[in-house]
Design a protein around this ligand. Sequence first.
Ligand code: FNR
Length: 339
Amino acid sequence: MGAKLFTPFTVKGVTLKNRIVMSPMCMYSCPNEDGMVENWHRTHYTSRAVGQAGLIILEATAVTAQGRISPNDLGIWNDDHIEGLKELAGLMKEHGSAIGIQLAHAGRKAVLEGEILAPSAIAFNEKSKTPKEMTKREIDETIEAFRKGAERSRKAGLDVIELHGAHGYLINEFLSPLSNTRTDEYGGSAENRYRFLRETIEAVKTVWNGPLFVRVSAHDYHEDGLTPEDYVQFAKWMKEQGVDLIDVSSGAVVPARINVYPGYQVKYSETIRDGAEIATGAVGLITSGVQAEEILQNERADLILIGREFLRDPYWPRAAAKELGVEIEPPKQYERGWK
Ligand code: FNR
């Protein structure tokens, strides 16, 4: 049996050398609060490239300064951000990894001074700030910020764009009826709640013809919230719009108790993959090569995203290869001492 985990995956002319993706993870490592790439990012991401990740998706990167999750987030709201991202892209590619970026706006989950924006003026919980309901003009400006972020990603030579539509951030807030009670064309029916994402995807496509992924929270874990079946419809619309892959996470649009166990979100990936006939990524407590291989061989996902296990072990792909009995090339610097 050849391990599927180590077969390539090609999308819109970009070939990932294997199915292992480093999941986007905020590093809160811009101490100057300017969103610029720092040494930490160079070291942290490059280690996983040496470790042979097929694709590295940079952490949630803010398309507006005001849309940051924290003041220390990576940013792409300014042309000055292009240079650092370009350098990172070069470092990843030197080691044969593709590089993606997660374009994000925190919406009501921004923890900054001043005004925060969301589809409706509903706070996340009793401790968080009440956001301002976005005007049509603020919606248009935010979509334009995503478009500019995509354009800057292209200029930086990044391979993949992922829109952050999960975890209760702005796009997710529009999709879920729990956080979106608007009465205009952006709220109400599923089609209306999808409109913000639809227009964001269309705007991104005017400047980006490379691989486009969208991360979703496929379950709100709330009786009045969205379920994976609702996301099948959204995924069908995304597919029609040319989105290549749905990265299937869950939760965090409202506070909820989540039953977490190995592979707990894989079934949502499977539902969306089968229901919308679109490629998916599975994420969430996937920690071993055997577990990843099972998901791929049973066609429950097309890519495997590794989060915390990649924080514990930057060389996780090597451990998985060993576990699955697959030989992978060492970096040429290690070759002499490898055998
Ligand atoms: C995350 N996660 C996350 N998700 C996302 O879409 N964008 C992000 O920027 C972050 N940031 C982040 C930071 C840190 C420190 C952690 C641990 C997690 C979620 C992450 O990508 C992943 O979906 C979850 O951690 C579940 O996968 P694992 O960790 O069980 O493999």
